[in-house]
Ligand binder design. Structure first.
Ligand SMILES: NC(=O)c1ccc[n+]([C@@H]2O[C@H](COP(=O)([O-])OP(=O)(O)OC[C@H]3O[C@@H](n4cnc5c(N)ncnc54)[C@H](OP(=O)(O)O)[C@@H]3O)[C@@H](O)[C@H]2O)c1
Length: 265
């Protein structure tokens, strides 16, 4: 594996923070951090011990430019950068490679994980999805990804978007349901953290035995009486009640239980 010699990080948000630490840990030469806000640039540059640059001003030469800005800002930000021989890479799960025009060598490196504030993530355990428009860009992003992670998947735009949708279903929706379920308890004066240990344990169980074997609960067992009891308790929250009914019907059908032919249980 040959890591590209010099990289410039564009962006000062969550991905720039974790990627910047990962790049340094992997031994890549980070020539600087660039962004639009002087305060944010200074803060990340000091954390990573590299020079900071403001977008619109001259940027240092690099073999690779990693554009870790909001999805909608990728195209306008790269258009502001003079056409470069560097391989220009964005980190989004949804944007196509054309967003990086007019730069000739374009690539994607999308970390399939939720990146929030906190200690730098260990990227070796994070799947990285890559894509590129030229052989040069493909080799550069593959070498980079192999240097950062043990799990690298090359996927075209169509399949990357499918993985992005699947990640949203499997990660964002259960997290939102947890938030709404905790609000239910809070309204009754019950400590919402009572739900947290089982949520965490389920993630670990899924990693061990897979989602199909890990699933439990009344719909999985076909306990219609319990489902109807839950639906009655949700009468004051029609949105959550509808979501519970629809998802329970999906599970009942998936496990060949009768749901009285009604999609809402
Ligand atoms: N967070 C995740 O879980 C995650 C995971 C994988 C991939 N991604 C992808 O990584 C990329 C960055 O996401 P993030 O979570 O790091 O976002 P973020 O924490 O919200 O940071 C966004 C960055 O974009 C900059 N920005 C926004 N609009 C700009 C503009 N018009 N011109 C210049 N800079 C602009 C912001 O600058 P200011 O600081 O000046 O506002 C900030 O540095 C996105 O493409 C996202 O889809 C995110």
């Amino acid at each position: 594996m040959a890591m590209p010699a010099k990289a410039l990080l564009v962006g000062t948000g969550r991905v720039a923070f974790h990627l910047g630490h990962g790049l340094k840990r992997a031994g890549l030469e980070l020539v600087g951090v660039a962004g639009r806000s002087g305060t944010h640039v200074r803060s990340l540059a000091e954390t990573l011990l590299v020079p900071g640059f403001i977008l619109g001003e001259p940027l240092p030469p690099a073999d690779l430019m990693l554009i870790a800005v909001s999805d909608d800002a990728i195209a306008p930000v790269v258009k502001e950068i003079p056409i470069t021989t560097a391989v220009v890479v964005h980190t989004s799960g949804v944007g196509d490679l054309d967003r990086l025009q007019p730069h000739p060598d374009r690539a994607v490196l999308w970390p399939v994980i939720s990146m929030g504030p906190g200690a730098p993530l260990d990227l070796r355990a994070v799947p990285l999805v890559i894509d590129a428009n030229t052989e040069r860009a493909r080799k550069a992003v593959k070498d980079l990804a192999d240097g950062l992670s043990d799990q690298v998947l090359a996927l075209d735009h169509h399949r990357r978007e499918l993985v992005h949708a699947a990640a949203a279903i499997s990660l964002n929706l259960p997290t939102f349901l947890l938030q709404r379920a905790q609000a239910l308890l809070q309204r009754e004066g019950i400590d919402p953290s009572v739900l947290t240990p089982s949520f965490v344990a389920m993630g670990q169980k899924i990693a061990t035995v897979g989602a199909a074997a890990a699933l439990t609960g009344p719909a999985r067992r076909g306990d219609l009486g319990t489902i109807h009891l839950h639906l009655a308790r949700l009468a004051d929250d029609p949105e959550l009640r509808a979501a519970y009914a629809r998802l329970s019907s999906m599970i009942l059908r998936a496990y060949d239980h009768p749901d009285h032919g009604n999609t809402d249980v």
